[in-house]
Design a protein around this ligand. Structure first.
Ligand SMILES: [Zn+2]
Ligand SMILES: [Zn+2]
Length: 258
């Protein structure tokens, strides 16, 4: 069995946002307090992560005990997804554990250029791979449009009887880009707003409403929304989404059958 744990479920700015006067940020309901996005994947033998959020240290203290990831898969090299890397490297050093950062080579190059001092850490390995295998899954990275912010990668886990994917930052996908994510057992997809009216060329992540619309094509058995901004009041919005969909929250565990 694979267990997922959402370590962080907010967009780049976190919730509450600094100095924001909106009701979600002011009320600070537990259900709406979110840190930047990371996911732990617990397999039989080992734990791996997707992304290393700026809140990685806090997330480790809250949720991880002694289970340090032996590998981290990166979706893309934006601050909200990679800036826990230094903390991860220090954790490996402190615990004398080996770890690998895995992502397509363009992302690995960007990350290494941003953190040149981490290139020579003996316990930290960088691997520019678009395919990989772990436990029961073949892991593949698929480039997706990230709108105004460029591109990122959706990560797909293909098992014998169960296939799922994590697509944190994507918008306005072409037919070609959407293809690998059709008919999944589980799609974890990033959003930001409930409904976003700004012109498409200025945007970078799907709204919840748009994801529900493209689900006519995606046909996912289950959808989990993550990467949620302060626009999403989970308490209010959870009543308005279909039964096969749900909002993630920090610390949420989700068991996969395989
Ligand atoms: Zn992001
Ligand atoms: Zn991004």
């Amino acid at each position: 069995m694979t267990q997922l744990q959402f370590l962080g479920t907010s967009d780049a700015k976190g919730v509450p946002r600094i100095l924001c006067g909106c009701s979600v940020c002011q009320e600070k309901k537990a259900v709406n307090i979110r840190t930047r996005p990371s996911l732990a994947i617990r397999l039989k033998q080992e734990t791996i992560f997707i992304d290393l959020s700026p809140d990685f240290r806090t997330q480790c203290l809250r949720f991880l005990n002694k289970k340090i990831a032996s590998a981290v898969l990166l979706t893309h090299a934006h601050n909200d997804h990679i800036s826990g890397l230094g903390d991860y490297a220090d954790l490996l050093f402190g615990q004398k554990k080996q770890g690998a950062i895995i992502s397509p080579s363009d992302i690995i190059d960007t990350v290494q250029n941003r953190y040149p001092y981490l290139k020579n850490r003996p316990l930290l390995q960088f691997a520019g791979e678009s395919e990989w295998e772990i436990g029961p899954y073949k892991v593949t990275f698929h480039r997706v449009n990230h709108g105004f912010n460029g591109y990122s990668y959706g990560i797909k886990f293909t098992g014998h009887d169960y296939t799922w994917a994590y697509v944190s930052d994507a918008i306005n996908l072409s037919q070609q880009e959407i293809k690998p994510f059709i008919g999944l057992d589980l799609l974890i997809i990033g959003t930001s707003f409930w409904d976003e009216k700004a012109p498409m060329h200025t945007r970078s992540v799907y709204s919840v409403k748009e994801i529900l619309e493209i689900d006519k094509v995606l046909q996912a058995k289950t959808i989990i929304f993550t990467h949620l901004s302060h626009d999403i009041d989970v308490e209010k919005r959870k009543k308005e989404i279909p039964a096969h969909t749900m909002f993630a929250y920090d610390g949420m565990e989700y068991n996969l059958p395989v």
